[in-house]
Design a protein around this ligand. Structure first.
Ligand SMILES: Cc1cc2nc3c(=O)[nH]c(=O)nc-3n(C[C@H](O)[C@H](O)[C@H](O)COP(=O)(O)O)c2cc1C
Length: 363
């Protein structure tokens, strides 16, 4: 039986349990270099009863930033600033992966310290608006990357992954979902290129495969996760035939590469299909009934481990609001409610002040 609470051998390590904290942007990386401060050390350390923590998304180059005050991982000073965070998490025997996330067209020059314009596979504007410090503004029309810039971006991912290892992270997760750059290359409506990076299903896979391969040159391949959000609605991404797309992607990925991480958005059939086709570790943020996305993954999902649908279950909002989530899952609750108002930006409120069970009892 794959108990959620028993140790498991995965990613070349012994995980103390099969519960992971899902990647969550918190927009609290302030200062010119957008680096974490002492609150971030405390935030992650509080949640280090997870077997695995995946960090908030970090942009691998300056242009990859989407939301304001998100951390970068492209300069030595940024890697150094993450070291205390990594040390605090690893001191509790938790595996810690950095998520590398290039936001592509879901970005705004006002969110970028250098005022850089967004880039994407093609100059297709994302509908809707993005949060900026001056309120919500329409997504700008992105500029299409040149072939030379695509090459450079692949190299930037590899350099960034190396810096994450220098910071002490155990591995990296590459964000290829949520309508960000890698997903934009995969999707039909955002990739209108006619060069080797588009024009056919094989062409649309190429950038993602090159990024995975380049990162696997730097990070031990079994410590590299690819994060997918198959058929996710709401990001104005049109994948076409999602089953065919992800079948082809899995077939094109290096065999020895580490694992998949899925943010499931209601397509359980697709999850089962990927699970069956992918021989390696499988981390699932489960949402059989994603609906409007308001119900967080939670305790009712734990039996999925016994069913073999995943090797590790990851939880986002429930972990954000419950720093001692594994203990609460084991005890059957109760659970603190996440406060949406403090998800992005601000200080300690809604970040490090959610009580653990013991302190809740003491009240
Ligand atoms: C505040 C917040 C920030 C998020 N930031 C990221 C991110 O940086 N990278 C990512 O892959 N997913 C991100 N997500 C998605 C979560 O990892 C997770 O897939 C989503 O919240 C649904 O799972 P849940 O029901 O367990 O919260 C974010 C979610 C929230 C609530």
């Amino acid at each position: 039986m794959r108990s959620a609470f028993a140790p498991a051998e995965l990613f070349g390590s012994i995980l103390k349990n099969r519960i992971a904290m899902a990647p969550m942007t918190r927009s609290r990386a302030y200062g010119a270099e957008q680096t974490p401060g002492p609150d971030t050390v405390e935030y992650y350390a509080q949640r280090a009863s997870a077997g695995l923590i995946v960090s908030e998304g970090m942009h691998p180059n300056p242009r990859g930033q989407g939301e304001p005050d998100t951390p970068g991982m492209y300069a030595r000073a940024q890697a150094e600033a993450w070291q205390p965070v990594v040390n605090a998490v690893q001191a509790k025997d938790t595996l810690f992966f950095a998520q590398l996330m290039h936001s592509g067209r879901v970005s705004h020059p006002e969110n970028n310290p250098e005022g850089l314009e967004p880039v994407a596979p093609s100059a297709v504007r994302a509908p809707g608006e993005i949060y900026t410090h001056r309120g919500r503004q329409p997504h700008p029309r992105p500029r299409a990357l040149t072939t030379a810039e695509i090459d450079q971006t692949v190299r930037d991912f590899a350099t960034s992954a190396g810096l994450a290892l220098d910071a002490g992270f155990d591995g990296v997760t590459l964000h290829a979902g949520n309508g960000y750059l890698l997903h934009e290359f995969l999707a039909e409506n955002t990739n209108l290129r006619t060069d080797g990076y588009g024009g056919s299903l094989t062409g649309r896979l190429r950038f993602v495969v090159e990024v995975v391969e380049a990162v696997c040159e730097v990070v031990p391949p079994h410590r590299v996760l690819l994060h997918l959000t198959p058929a996710k609605i709401g990001e104005d991404i049109v994948e076409g035939d999602s089953a065919a797309l992800y079948d082809a992607l899995l077939a094109a990925l290096p065999v020895s590469f580490g694992g998949l991480s899925l943010f499931e958005t209601g397509h359980r059939d697709l999850t089962r299909r990927l699970r069956e086709r992918w021989p390696g570790p499988f981390v699932l943020n489960p949402h059989a009934n994603y609906g409007d996305g308001k119900v967080p993954a939670g305790p009712a999902d734990l039996p999925l481990l016994d069913e073999g649908l995943a090797d590790v279950l990851s939880f986002g909002r429930l972990f954000l609001a419950n720093p001692d989530l594994p203990a609460r899952l084991r005890a059957g609750g109760p659970y603190n409610e996440p406060d949406r108002e403090t998800f992005y930006g601000g200080g300690a409120a809604g970040y490090t002040d959610y009580p653990a069970l013991q302190s809740t009892d003491a009240r």
